[in-house]
Design a protein around this ligand. Structure first.
Ligand code: B3K
Ligand code: ZN
Length: 877
């Protein structure tokens, strides 16, 4: 970016809007070439604003062409308004007036996929965060809430389905032989929740009866060839609606709830009021084409978007710095929902594993920001793991500190106090405090301080006193713009085990129990347990009660004890991971030093007892046996050596596989399921352990294992098993891997969501000439640069290709940078997301770091969007 550099916007500069829009009337004349948008905005000066002579400034976009603007019935001549920096400025205004704007847009040329755009044969919208301004001039900010009435006029044959928010109130034929449909949404909302869809779509209908006995019509729309894949999403929707009534007392408020699936979408889904729009990858599901993971994802995202109806829509954000108000809370809600639907421990392990891998890395990188950021250049860059996942951890900690009952009182009060308002994270915390009497003043630092707190713990047992002391020390590393940090308020759930693994009761502050909640709020704090009858092994941070990096000098024996006996299932997993991390760290060191790898793994015995114990949940066994990922080990490393990490993981996996070959073969057979595919917790658990066992088994020389992989690939009646066999074969370089990949493509070439999996796996395949392979994949009929899912699959898959992406000649980084530069011209949001792997350059080993930096500098020298500019410039700072 050479010319004027994009400026940052600051939370501290927030001012209430000088104008309000009570009613918004929109008319869309949809057309293949030019779409006409007419808006009638019923405006008045905001009585709470002190800027009572401020001009009216409406947001627009470079892609919106203004045809006419009128105030009440007076058409403004040029000179009575200005167009400056995509904004429409009108200096002289009355206190109350109707502003009418006629604008032209070209949705068919909208490649950014924000505002109104086309996806295959349909029109659809994406307005969060600042997309509405690409439709027409507006006060495009979340604290301007308005009642919308939307008229859609289009050709009836091409667009028999025309949808917007709220209820359909009128349908007429126009003189030109078109249909005009009017939708009215009685709930005031910000423009980011506006939606419109028009197309030739099929519908699946259902109903839901609310707790107060109102009947709600449910509709899911897709293109005709996909309508057979929406039953699972419909059932998930009904489960979500019931759960929100039962757990939060929240009932749906309109008479109709609609979901539409579109193929081209920048993210997962969008919670537009009454009309959710979904990336088809997050909605469609069928046993033959969808894996277990994707089933669970569909359910979670359907729930997430539905839950936003209260946490986001009825109560929304005052400004975009408060994004976590709706996102953190809603992620917490969807996580709890999924935990209630399936296994709570499995869900917690998966969520924490993701947080510790990806959010911790973000928190330690150049884009680190508080859950409530203090500034941004492009808000789209702040739909981050920090705002979503760490934001959810904050809500979870409030739940832990208040207890379930007070938390519910707090959420009831929050919804009651702020219904119909645009509020802040402070308002959320204030409701929680008011309902519970708990003081969260210091706790609020979680919203304003970036970085992951580190908690060091030292334990000391005094046999003569039968006392046990835990000394906790916390500090948070510096992050960009925040050199020093204050202590956080950290809830640490703790239990003690005796040396045989039994729970050990202990007394803390006069309370005797098997488990205690420590509240660490000082830099250093001591907790003294009494009546401890023998030397304990502490089980710390149970359930991952706070998003911190906790360290304690456990011996391998301690970890094996926790792995086999902790009452907290989450900490059993955590102990297994720690043991594996310790061993892998030694192996990584050997690999970096160029030594031959050698290690007697202690994991073998631990894993063996898990494999033969029938009383355990197979899903948990699979999670524990899954070695820490390449990405997680990279996060832990102070200097990343990608190939050494890869080598260490392969070595350890092979060693375990060889030692437990017959156990893996036996586990593989024991967990095979007959019968119809069901995506429930029990069957998913069996499949996950069976497929994990297969991946170990194939690490051995067993010819039987090689056959089993091919046999499973060919005979599976579901995508989970078929794709597991294929990816295991590809990653283990099975002699038939190429043949299997080809067969898979042949079989599924007409199912784009399956083809995306094929693209990802093909791009991740380690082989000679990987860059040439990437180039031919980009030319392949299955690839389409216009489709974000395909781009993500292909380039995301390439990021997993360690030997190619991190090639010592820099060709992998160069390839990615080239794609970023191309994509930035089309779709900046997608381009910006692709930069993430390059932002970690400072942590890479020096030779790779230099190569990555050079690519960042090459990108920086180009004319960039705000999105990519922000990420690259902050990375280089
Ligand atoms: N609220 C949307 C995300 C919008 C992203 C805009 N760049 C989906 C969700 O979190 O539910
Ligand atoms: Zn959300």
């Amino acid at each position: 970016m050479k010319e004027s550099q994009p400026a940052a916007i600051y939370l501290k500069d927030y001012k209430v809007p000088p104008f309000l829009i009570d009613k918004t009337e929109l008319t869309f004349e949809l057309d293949e070439s030019t779409t006409v948008v007419t808006s009638k905005l019923h405006m008045r000066r905001n009585p709470t604003s002190t800027e009572n002579t401020a001009p009216l400034v409406l947001d627009g976009g470079e892609d919106v062409k203004l045809i006419a603007v009128a105030m009440d019935d007076y058409v403004l001549p040029e000179g009575e308004y200005q167009l400056v920096d995509n904004q429409l400025v009108i200096t002289a205004t009355a206190d109350n007036f109707i502003l009418t704007c006629e604008t032209l847009i070209e949705p068919q040329n909208n490649t950014k996929l924000e505002g109104l755009y086309r996806s295959s044969s349909m029109f659809c919208t994406q307005c969060e965060a600042e997309g509405f301004r690409h439709i027409t001039y507006y006060l495009d900010r979340p604290d301007v809430m308005s009642v919308f009435t939307t008229t859609i006029i289009a050709d009836n044959e091409q667009y028999p389905v025309m949808l917007s928010n709220g209820n359909e109130i009128e349908r007429t034929q126009t003189e030109e032989g078109k249909t005009a449909v009017v939708w009215h949404d009685p709930f005031p909302k910000p423009a980011y929740l506006f939606a419109l869809v028009a197309g030739n779509l099929e519908v699946k209908n259902d109903t839901f009866v609310t707790q107060s006995q109102r009947e709600v019509k449910l509709q899911i729309f897709t293109e005709a060839h996909n309508i057979d894949k929406v039953d699972y999403a419909m059932e998930a929707l009904k489960r979500s609606m019931r759960w929100d009534e039962e757990v939060y007392g929240r009932e749906y408020d309109l008479d109709i709830f609609m979901i539409v699936a579109v193929d081209d979408f920048n993210m997962g889904a969008m919670e537009n009021k009454g009309l959710n729009i979904f990336n088809s990858s997050c909605l469609l599901a069928s046993p033959e084409t969808t894996t277990d993971d994707s089933y669970l994802r569909v359910e979670a995202i359907v729930a997430h978007e539905y839950f936003h109806n209260w946490s986001g829509n009825r109560v929304t954000c005052r400004d975009w710095f408060q994004l976590s108000l709706k996102e953190g809370f809603t992620v917490f809600r969807d996580q709890t929902f999924s935990a209630d639907m399936h296994s709570a421990t499995v869900k917690r392990v998966e969520d924490v594993s993701f947080l510790k891998t990806a959010q911790f890395a973000e928190d330690a990188g150049p884009m680190a920001h508080p859950v409530r950021p203090a500034s941004f250049i492009e808000i789209s860059n702040f739909y981050t793991l920090t705002v979503y996942e760490k934001g959810a951890e904050i809500v979870r900690m409030i739940h832990t500190l208040l207890g379930a009952e007070n938390f519910r009182k707090g959420s009831d009060l929050y919804f009651e106090r702020h219904d119909g308002q645009a509020v802040t994270c402070d308002d959320f915390v204030a409701a929680m405090e008011a309902a519970s009497g708990v003081d969260l003043t210091q706790f609020k630092r979680w919203y304003s301080q970036a970085g992951t707190p580190q908690v060091r713990v030292i334990g000391e047992y005094d046999e003569s006193q039968q006392s046990y002391t835990l000394r906790l020390h916390q500090d948070t590393p510096a992050t960009p713009g925040q050199p020093t940090k204050l202590p956080s308020h950290i809830p640490v759930r703790v239990g003690l085990l005796d040396q045989a693994g039994n729970p050990l009761s202990a007394s803390l502050d006069g309370q005797s129990a098997n488990e205690h909640l420590l509240e660490l709020s000082q830099a250093e704090q001591v907790f003294e347990f009494t009546q401890v009858s023998s030397k304990p092994v502490p089980s710390l941070l149970r359930g991952f009660s706070a998003p911190v990096k906790l360290s304690y000098e456990y011996s391998s024996t301690d970890l094996l004890l926790l792995l086999s006996a902790d009452q907290d299932g989450f900490n059993r997993w955590s102990a297994g991971q720690q043991l594996a991390v310790n061993e892998l760290s030694q192996l990584i060191e050997q690999a970096v030093a160029g030594q031959t790898l050698s290690l007697e793994s202690q994991l073998i015995n631990g894993f063996n007892s898990l494999l033969v114990d029938d009383s355990l949940d197979p899903a948990m066994v699979a999670l524990i046996l899954n070695l820490p990922s390449q990405a997680y080990l990279s996060e832990l490393a102070s200097e990343i050596h990608p190939n050494a990490i890869k080598q260490a993981r392969q070595y350890l996996k092979a060693q375990i596989a060889n030692a437990l070959e017959s156990e893996f073969a036996q586990t593989y057979q024991a967990h095979r399921l007959d019968g119809e595919y069901r995506p429930d917790a029990q069957d998913i658990a069996h499949r996950s352990l069976k497929n994990l066992a297969l991946s170990y088994w194939l690490e051995t020389d067993s010819a039987e294992a090689k056959l089993a992989v091919v046999e499973q690939f060919e005979s599976a009646n579901n995508m989970t098993d078929q794709f597991a066999a294929l990816s295991i074969a590809v990653h283990a370089d099975h002699p038939q891997a190429t043949q299997m990949l080809d067969a898979f493509y042949q079989q599924w070439q007409d199912e784009p969501l399956v083809v995306n999996k094929w693209l990802m796996l093909s791009a991740g395949r380690e082989q000679e000439n990987a860059i040439d392979n990437m180039k031919s994949l980009m030319e392949h009929e299955a690839f389409d640069l216009k489709n974000p899912n395909k781009v993500r699959s292909l380039l995301g898959g390439f990021g997993q290709n360690i030997s190619a992406f991190h090639h010592v000649d820099g060709s992998g980084y160069r390839f990615l940078a080239d794609q970023i530069l191309v994509l930035d011209k089309r779709n900046p949001q997608i381009a910006s997301r692709l930069c993430t792997p390059l932002t970690r350059w400072k942590k890479m080993t020096p030779s790779l770091s230099t190569l990555m930096k050079a690519e960042l500098e090459r990108i920086m020298a180009d004319q960039l969007s705000k999105d990519v500019y922000e990420v690259i410039s902050k990375s280089l700072a």
